[in-house]
Design a protein around this ligand. Structure first.
Ligand code: CP
Length: 311
C-alpha cells in the first residue's frame, strides 16, 4: 500500500500546491483502499495508535461521515468535535480551540470552515497534520480528488478529456479544486453558468468560460453539476430557479443531445429539479453515489499519507 510517488506533506490544504505526480500517487493509493471500502468488516491497522479530530465549523454529511469512517477503518481513534456544545461560544479563538485539542495528543485535524484560509492558519500553529475539508469558496481538495478518481474509474483516463463544471462557479470550492486537479492531469476545463455566477477572473486559472450549456454539451466527456450555493449568495444572481433550470438544468432531454457516454457528476448535496432532474441524478450516466464511495477511499488515502508524513 505504499504511495507510488514519495509523499512528504503533513498537510493537504489544496490541490493547487500539488504536482501532477503527487495527485496521481494519491489516486493510486485511494484505488488500493477501494476493496476495504466495499467490505465494512475489513479492519485495518495502518493508523493504529493515531488519533484524528473532525473539526467542522460548517454543516456536512458526506465529508464529515467519510473522514470519520476512513479514520476508523484504518484503526485510528476519532474525535468528532461539536462546535455547538464547545467553548467557542464563550469566546475561545479558533486557533486556541485547535491548540487545546492538539494538546490532548491529536495527530491529524480535519477542518471545515466558512472562512477561506482557515486550514492554512491552523497548519501554521499546529504540529499535527491538517486536512482541508472545505474552506469557504476556496478549495475542497478531497472532493476534487474523489471527482478525479471517479472520472478515471469510469472513463479510464483524465488527460485529453473535456470536463464542464456547470452552475455556481463563483461560490464553489469544489470548482476550484477540480480546476487545479483536472488541468494538472491534462484535461480541458470549461466553466459554464450564468455570467453572475462565473467570475471573469476565473479565466486566469486556465479554463474556458461558456454561458450556453446547450452549445458546449456535444464537446463534453464529463459534466460536473455544481449546487447553487444559496447560503453564500448575498442577493439574487438570476431571476428565479425556473429560469436557471430552463438554461442550465441537466435533464434527460439535454443529455440526449450530449456526447454519447457522457458522465454526470455532482458533489452533493443535490437540489433535485434545480441543477439536475431526479431521472438524471439516478440514471445510468450518473456516478453520484460512486463519488461518495470513492470519497471514502480518497480520505483513507489522504489520512494514511499525511499521518505517515507527520511520523
Ligand atoms: N460534497 C460535500 O462536501 O458534501 P457535504 O457538504 O455533505 O460534506
Amino acid at each position: 500500500m505504499a504511495l507510488t510517488s514519495p509523499w512528504t506533506h503533513r498537510h493537504l490544504l489544496g490541490l493547487e500546491q500539488l504536482t501532477a505526480a503527487e495527485i496521481v500517487s494519491l489516486l493510486d493509493h485511494a484505488d488500493s483502499f477501494l476493496p476495504s471500502c466495499k467490505d465494512p468488516g475489513a479492519k485495518r491497522t495502518d493508523l493504529a495508535g493515531k488519533s484524528v479530530v473532525n473539526l467542522f465549523f460548517e454543516n456536512s454529511t458526506r465529508t464529515r461521515v467519510s473522514f470519520g469512517l476512513a479514520a476508523r477503518r484504518l484503526g485510528a481513534e476519532v474525535i468528532d468535535f461539536a462546535v455547538g456544545g464547545s467553548s467557542v461560544s464563550k469566546g475561545e479563538t479558533f486557533v486556541d480551540t485547535a491548540r487545546n485539542i492538539e494538546a490532548l495528543g491529536i495527530h491529524m485535524v480535519v477542518v471545515r470552515h466558512s472562512c477561506p484560509g482557515t486550514p492554512h492558519l491552523l497548519a501554521q500553529h499546529l504540529r499535527a497534520g491538517v486536512v482541508n475539508a472545505g474552506d469557504g469558496a476556496h478549495e475542497h481538495p478531497t472532493q476534487g480528488l474523489l471527482d478525479l478518481l471517479t472520472i478515471r474509474q469510469r472513463l479510464g483516463r483524465i488527460e485529453g478529456l473535456t470536463v464542464a463544471l456547470v452552475g455556481d462557479i463563483r461560490h464553489s470550492r469544489v470548482a476550484r479544486s477540480n480546476i487545479h486537479g483536472l488541468l494538472k492531469l491534462g484535461a480541458r476545463v470549461i466553466v459554464c453558468g450564468p455570467p453572475t455566477l462565473v467570475p471573469p477572473e476565473i479565466c486566469a486559472m486556465g479554463v474556458e468560460v461558456a454561458h450556453d450549456l446547450d452549445r458546449i454539451l456535444p464537446e463534453c466527456h464529463v459534466l460536473n453539476v455544481l449546487r447553487i450555493q444559496f447560503e453564500r449568495q448575498k442577493g439574487p444572481n438570476f431571476p428565479g430557479v425556473r429560469e436557471y433550470f430552463h438554461l442550465y438544468g441537466v435533464t434527460k432531454e439535454r443529455l440526449a443531445r450530449a456526447r454519447q457516454g457522457v458522465l454526470v457528476l455532482a458533489p452533493g448535496p443535490i437540489n433535485r429539479g434545480v441543477e439536475l432532474t431526479p431521472e438524471v441524478a439516478d440514471g445510468p450516466s450518473s456516478a453520484v453515489l460512486d463519488q461518495v464511495t470513492n470519497g471514502l477511499a480518497v480520505r483513507m488515502a489522504v489520512l494514511d499519507a499525511c499521518v505517515k508524513a507527520v511520523g
